[in-house]
Design a binder for this molecule. Structure first.
Ligand SMILES: [Mn+2]
Length: 284
């Protein structure tokens, strides 16, 4: 176990592989007690709806939590993008609900408009947070995680400087240095900048995880589960286990609870190719 007081090192996530390919042809998926997904960002080109659909087919859950940012309304406001595949995801979730699977939808910051519909709609419940009880009796607070944006430093900065920012700078690098020379300034190193950004991102993730675990304390729970920072994790803090179910943009990850109450991280390969250079955490 971890010593109290110190911040434990993040253990390597024991990711489970994708179930055998033949499974997708079976009508029944693998039975699990609970599944958690977040940060699908439907309505954006980078959303990996294909991989998520495969996950939803492969795993037959008794309860499904959508831990925020299912739909990216921020992006849809700027640019209308909605392929059939994104409808398929919504339909798949609705079909699960119709078949009797309780679906708990906890809106995030990109789909915060959903929170105006707080309430129960058949098997679908929209609520700002939830307490989940595992089969082995542990209580888990479920939140999206943007609640901590005002607490964790750097979040605003990181939110706007994503992969695109880096690629933009990469393209601009010769021009930047041309102007720096003209004005008698030294060479500006992109790689040093990128390294610093990776360091900042790692720091940020650590700070975020710590802040979430601290936030959960006032709910007197054994664990907290969130999304938001697109970084799947299972970490033990002093009294609180931190779970993050990751995202379906860059990493295609989810968390599942087996019937004995144990929780496992699941990783899918990205079927749609991501083209961006990933150097920092994208804050979804
Ligand atoms: Mn978010």
């Amino acid at each position: 176990m971890f010593a109290t007081g110190g911040l434990p090192r993040a253990p390597e996530l024991p990711f489970a592989g994708v179930p055998s390919a033949s499974r997708s042809h079976e009508s029944e998926g693998r039975s699990v007690r609970t599944a958690w997904i977040s940060d699908v960002h439907l309505g954006t080109r980078t959303s990996n709806a294909q991989a998520l659909l495969q996950f939803l087919r492969d795993y037959d859950c008794d309860k499904l939590y959508i831990v925020g940012d299912l739909i990216d309304i921020w992006s849809l406001r700027r640019w209308r993008y909605w392929p059939q595949l994104h409808n398929d995801v919504i339909q798949k979730i609705l079909r699960k609900a119709r078949k009797g699977v309780p679906v708990i939808y906890i809106p995030g910051n990109h789909d915060d408009f959903v929170s105006t519909f707080d309430g129960a709609y058949g098997n679908i419940s929209i609520q700002t947070n939830a307490i989940h009880e595992t089969a082995d009796g542990r209580r888990i607070l479920i939140i999206h995680g943007h609640e901590l944006d005002t607490v964790v430093q750097n979040v605003k900065w990181l939110a706007y400087v994503g992969d695109i920012g880096y690629q933009f700078l990469l393209a601009l690098n010769p021009a930047i240095n041309f102007f720096r020379r003209r004005f008698g300034l030294g060479y500006w190193s992109l790689s040093a900048y990128a390294k610093q950004r990776v360091k900042d991102a790692v720091n940020f993730i650590g700070e975020f995880e710590k802040a979430v675990a601290r936030y959960a304390e006032k709910f007197s729970v054994d664990a907290v589960l969130c999304g938001h920072i697109h970084k799947a994790a299972v970490r033990q803090f002093d009294r609180c286990t931190y779970y993050n179910c990751g995202d379906w943009v860059e990493s295609c990850t989810a968390l599942i609870e087996h019937h004995d109450g144990s929780i496992e991280a699941i990783h899918y390969p990205a079927f749609a190719q991501a083209t961006s250079v990933q150097v920092a955490a994208f804050i979804g």
